[in-house]
Design a protein around this ligand. Sequence first.
Ligand SMILES: [Zn+2]
Ligand SMILES: [Zn+2]
Length: 522
Amino acid sequence: MAKVIILSGAGISAESGISTFRDTNGLWENYNIEDICSFDSLEKNEDLTLQFYDQRRIELKDKVPNHAHKTIAKLKKIYSNDIAVITQNVDDLFEKAGIPSKDIIHLHGFSTEVECKSCKEVFDIGYKKIHDFNNGICPKCNNKLRPNIIFFGESAPKYDLLNYHLYDCELLVVIGTSGDVIDVNSLAKKVQQSILNNLEPNDRINETNFSKVIYDKATIAIDEIKQIIEDYFFKRTTAKIWDTQINTSTPYATLQTAKNIIQEADAILITAGAGMGVDSGLPDFRGNEGLWKAYPPLKKAGYAFTQVESGYLFSKNPKLAWGFYGHRLNLYRETKPHYGFQLLHDLVKLKNNNYFIFTSNVDNHFQKAGFDKNKIYEVHGSIEYLQCINNCNNKVFKNHLKDMSIDMETLHVKDVPYCKECNKVTVPNILLFGGTTFNEVRVKEQNKRFLQWLSDVKDLKVVILEIGAGKTVPTIRNFNDSYSKRHENFKLIRINPLESEVLNIDDIGIRGKGLDTINKII
Ligand SMILES: [Zn+2]
Ligand SMILES: [Zn+2]
């Protein structure tokens, strides 16, 4: 797994003169692009389709990598396995810039390769026409060859590698992609730090998801991107040293300062991650070991954290997936929010209820503790809402499932809920790793109210209380760091037993557990 992912699309190769489908207005020699790039094109228009890719291959021969390709090649050489170079492009410009082919993940295939339709063997034929390589016939099994390109409607197995690297990724760099094929918004939400570089804004990409946005040519932006990547690796090395030296008890003066900031604040932004639930007795798995300890059947079945919290498990093994989520649903419903919720509720009353809650928890506990549901933004969704795995009807609905009956031996649920409209499995309306389309309708409404509130309090003194928000899925931390940095009147108080360090000099980090610390500073 890599710490840094560089994901590129057509924009990075445009300056090397590689044309995209978009440039051709969706037409090629008066044929619709769909006719020659779809899953059935080889059956319906074989000659035309092969001819199209022959031409793409021949065109590549004289194309040369640009400054962006070359810079990424250099970085890859230095940081090797800590950087994953992933591209939607089928051209060979990264290879020409010096990255070995095996070290590049081509999500959508590779132009100079052909694949046997039968035995699936792949051959690199360079810039040749497909018929000039063994008459377009597989040398191994004598069946027909095809371009090694993923056509529209075909499955793209390399996406698993993207998800794999994403799990451990701390810095995501997106260069030159329209966000049409890959939802880069949801990728950015899963990492601590993210950079977007495109020529110009577009409707599908929400720049607030990114910590840095550069609208410029890739060959120009790449120098700044290189700097950020190098800074990241430097800080990572120093942070490790710092972490082992950190003092575990928070000085009295720090607690007192935090107390004063809270007293003087006009409004409160409460932000929370999994650590907030720990004092109520809810699990914070912190990776595979914790998950397996809590759910031995998952260990037995060999499922890692990313696989359990993914849509794939729902499509592959809905009984097990709902066993896991059903158990969590029961647990969240049975558990009473801890006393810290009450303290926070009392606090916001003192501020004339001028507050908002921003949480990555899906447990519904802020609502349960009596906070106004119109003042809560659940960025990763809620287990109390459901949707179809395919989002076939674009609906989000209240979760009326009652006491799910689960066999704890196998972690299988008795009854799996299915979508009435398409018969596929119904899933929680939660942001999962890969495999489902997260219906954002409800979360977007909450987000709208949140943004409105932020704008309402823009001239007030606001304290951001961050409780138990970790680095694994760092949505909350990222927002807090960058927001308090950009707004002088916003002060962040970060409460975390393990990762309490803050990035801005004016912010306060308290190494401690949620309830205990809340009790001390409110
Ligand atoms: Zn073959
Ligand atoms: Zn459906």
